[in-house]
Each structure stands twice: as structure tokens, then as C-alpha cells.
Design a protein around this ligand. Structure first.
Ligand code: RB5
Length: 150
């Protein structure tokens, strides 16, 4: 189950994202906003992040004007690794190396066709584990107050 969230600027891009999810036969849950009326991105970033962190949803996709504000909101929730991507290479590596569980995009930055390619790359990539898993575990340690060292 994929959680989707957006503010008013990201609302229109949601359609393109859903197209990709449907093509992969993936179920999704839309956490809003449900119209292009003004909406505060932290609300939707938090909703999606909580759904992913709690295990209600496996992954999430967030959309706002730049993808930045909504990703910052999501990353405040423990257990979330949300990345803003505006091209497919980073989206692929964000999954392979960072095991990013939420993808964020900016509707003022990417058009619908590029957004579809980004979602496709992130969805089809697989976490590579190994040394990357050790580093991702270090990210969890930061959340738990551990001071990291080499
Ligand atoms: C809304 O104007 C805009 O600030 C929002 O969509 C997003 O880009 C924030 O990071």
C-alpha cells in the first residue's frame, strides 16, 4: 500500500503518480489534500509519514511546490527517510543505497512525464543492503540520540 499526500500546488501532479501506481497494480491510499484549495504541506507530510512509520503503508509519495517543505515535514517523523527527487537517477539510488521509504517531488520543478519516470525508478529499485544497511542503521542511531563516529 502506497500512501500519497500533497498540498494545493502538488494536487494536480497526483494524477500522473497514480497512473504509475495503477500500471504496477499497486494499491494506494490518498491522504489528501483533495482539491487545489490552499492547504498546508506539513499536515500532509505528517499524515503520510505517520502512515509509513506505523506500517499502515509500505511507502509514501509526497507532492508540493518544490517537494522540499513536505519532505522536511515527513522527515520529522521517526523512521522516515524521505527524499526529494527531480530526476530518476537519484530516485533509484535513494532506494538502492538509502532505502528511502518516501519519495517527494515538486510540481513546480518537474512535469508529469518526468514525475512518472522518477516514480517508476524509485518503485522498481531494490535496497542493496550490505554496507548500505550499516549506514541506514546509523541514520536510525541519530534518531535515537547516538553521537556517531567512524
Ligand atoms: C506553497 O506555496 C509552497 O510553499 C509549497 O507547495 C512547497 O513548495 C513548500 O516547500
Amino acid at each position: 500500500m502506497i500512501a500519497i499526500g500533497n498540498d494545493h500546488v502538488g494536487f494536480e501532479l497526483k494524477e500522473a503518480v497514480i497512473e504509475v501506481l495503477k500500471a504496477h497494480n499497486l494499491e494506494y491510499k490518498d491522504f489528501g489534500a483533495y482539491s487545489p484549495d490552499r492547504a498546508n504541506y506539513p499536515v500532509y507530510g505528517q499524515k503520510v509519514a505517520m502512515a509509513v512509520a506505523s506500517g499502515e503503508c509500505d511507502r509514501g509519495i509526497l507532492l508540493c511546490g518544490t517537494g522540499v517543505g513536505i519532505s522536511i515535514a515527513a522527515n520529522k517523523v521517526k523512521g522516515v527517510r524521505c527524499v526529494v527527487c527531480s530526476e530518476p537517477y537519484s530516485a533509484k539510488l535513494a532506494k538502492e543505497h538509502n532505502n528511502a521509504n518516501i519519495l517527494s517531488m515538486g510540481a513546480r520543478v518537474v512535469g508529469p512525464e518526468l514525475a512518472k519516470m522518477i516514480v517508476e525508478s524509485w518503485l522498481t529499485a531494490e535496497f542493496q543492503g550490505g554496507r548500505h544497511a550499516e549506514r541506514v542503521a546509523m541514520l536510525d542511531e541519530i534518531e535515537n540520540g547516538v553521537i556517531l563516529s567512524e
